[in-house]
Design a protein around this ligand. Structure first.
Ligand code: PEP
Ligand code: MG
Length: 331
């Protein structure tokens, strides 16, 4: 089976009816980079930069960050790299930041509902500025997109854009090597607020990346780390699918590209449903790319529409699982 998969690397990622589906990889840890570059992915759809801040006493400086981003960009050899700004907080361990007096990290009763992601960055402007500067410098070496985590208000993305413009001007006056254009800025759609308000957000961003891991947690009010015998935490719950569908529709209407980068995107059995919901760009663990490609190549878009409609109208996740099983093309 593995040899069959390897053969897929050279084949196009398109459906039976020739609709191209873009498959990108998530990068979580630096040692995964060679695997991701060889995975058959056409770019990095989500670079989780949290690893840079883990298991160290101090916050990594601009040059340290720049070197790592540049390495990823060069390894992808012209394919786009989507660098997500630090998504610290909630289930992500805060050792490095807590250790640094320069950074304010509140101790909160409900960290998932507190200062995580962009909220924490906006409270720590120096941290944001340093990361943006490192990303802008690295962007001179290949196509880069800036992805903002945990957005729930338009004002947050406005502030980031303002900050990117300011850092860009500062670097330019110092004659730093920069790309011809500043990278596009997009948001993670991982709070219900972002999905429900996607039409308004679409006027302010270049792309959406749907994060089903957190979107499920916040939509269902069920912890993603919960060992869950209740079945509450399930991205296939129609409530979550509805939020995905709203985001796709808003993106389509505004010409804003939409990708999906939560764990759901790495499940081959979910491919027909996600394609039926209108998704054409997936980002997943590098090891899943070829299996998802195989599912894509066995799928017909026209036959996915009815599946998506039925799933949106289903009475619960169980029914959606059954619908998917009926159309299963195997993994
Ligand atoms: C998500 O929330 O779905 C996501 C992709 O981000 P992370 O898993 O890093 O929170
Ligand atoms: Mg997330």
């Amino acid at each position: 089976a593995q040899r069959g998969l390897v053969r897929l690397r050279r084949l196009a990622s398109e459906t039976l009816d020739h609709v191209p589906i873009e498959l990108q990889a998530n990068l979580e840890l630096p040692f995964e980079l060679p695997m991701v570059a060889q995975s058959g992915a056409t770019g990095i759809g989500l670079m989780r930069t949290e690893f840079l801040f883990m298991n160290r006493e101090t916050v990594p400086d601009e040059d340290t960050q720049y070197t790592i981003y540049r390495e990823a960009i060069e390894a992808m050899d012209g394919d786009p790299v989507t660098i997500r700004l630090l998504d610290w907080g909630s289930d992500k361990e805060a050792e490095a930041l807590v250790a640094s007096d320069a950074i304010s990290v509140a101790r909160e009763a409900n960290p998932a509902l507190g200062l995580r992601g962009i909220r924490l960055l906006l409270q720590n402007p120096k941290l944001l500025e340093t990361q943006i500067a490192a990303v802008l410098r690295a962007a001179a070496f290949g196509p880069v997109r800036i992805l903002v985590p945990m957005v729930s208000r338009i004002s947050e993305i406005e502030t980031v854009r303002h900050e990117v413009d300011r850092v860009w001007r500062r670097l330019r006056t110092r004659q730093t090597r920069l790309p011809a254009l500043a990278p596009p800025i997009g948001i993670m759609v991982e709070t219900p607020a972002a999905a429900l308000n996607a039409t308004a957000f679409a006027r302010h961003v270049a792309f959406f990346a749907i994060g089903t891991n957190d979107l499920t947690m916040y939509a269902m009010a069920a912890d993603r780390a919960l060992s869950d015998r209740t079945g509450l935490y399930d991205p296939l719950n129609p409530a979550v699918l509805r939020l995905i569908a709203m985001t796709v529709a808003a993106g389509e209407n505004a010409g804003v590209s939409v990708s999906i980068c939560g764990e759901l995107a790495s499940r081959p059995e979910a491919v027909p449903l996600l394609i039926g919901l209108g998704l054409r760009q997936f980002s997943m663990h590098g090891g899943a790319v070829l299996r998802v490609k195989r599912a894509v190549r066995a799928t017909e878009v026209t036959s996915c529409i009815g599946l998506a409609e039925a799933a949106l109208m289903a009475s619960g996740a169980k029914v959606v699982h059954a619908l998917i099983a009926q159309t299963a093309i195997g993994s």
